[in-house]
Design a protein around this ligand. Sequence first.
Ligand SMILES: [Zn+2]
Length: 235
Amino acid sequence: MNVFIDSTGAMHFGGERETARNCPHCHAFSRMAPQAMPTFDELLLQKPRSVGVVLRCLACNAPVFLRYATRAFASNRVELAPQAFDVERPIEKFAFNYVPEDVETFFREALVCYSHNQFQAFASMCRRAAAVTFADLGNPTKLRLFDSLSDVREMADIEEETFAVVMRIIFTGSADPVVDLPFINTYQAAVLLEVMKDFLYQAYVRKGRLQHAMKVRRFFVQEQRTVPGGESGEK
Ligand SMILES: [Zn+2]
């Protein structure tokens, strides 16, 4: 596939002016249209080793920033490497409803670290999110969460060694993080991500959703009772 900028300043992707890739904003695999790039004259004058290009995602209209290595400078075109470097990466998502603000702060940063492949930083932020959760919910809940997360290993069929590392990161925070916090690889980080999501779900989201649903139910039952003949309408 030939990617190049022609002398009129138009960008070409293997014959097409548009291309499809994963959007870091809406997460869709979408076609994109060139929106901004250096002018052709500037490129010939400066002959940079790489160029920055902005595409527009046709699904959500957000700007998508890419960097291309340059390959050749001719009088009628500047050829670029076929593969672009994504300047922004899609950030892993989590619905933070019912999660307290201080836990959210740490886990949001954990998600950013994970999305940028900074796995040791990711592990550290997971531990901080877990530590704040335990401080908030108390020891009995910590024990209950330990038990219910232990079931996750069996349910998701995760091998013992990986799971032990993940549990150590979440549950054994102490005064000496250098000794205590294990070094994790890509796979262990991926498992930690899913276990942490389940952890926060069990610690806050599940309870919050149930309590909210019950409150709504109670409200409607009480409403029906205040309307004459309302009870007979109940199924
Ligand atoms: Zn998009």
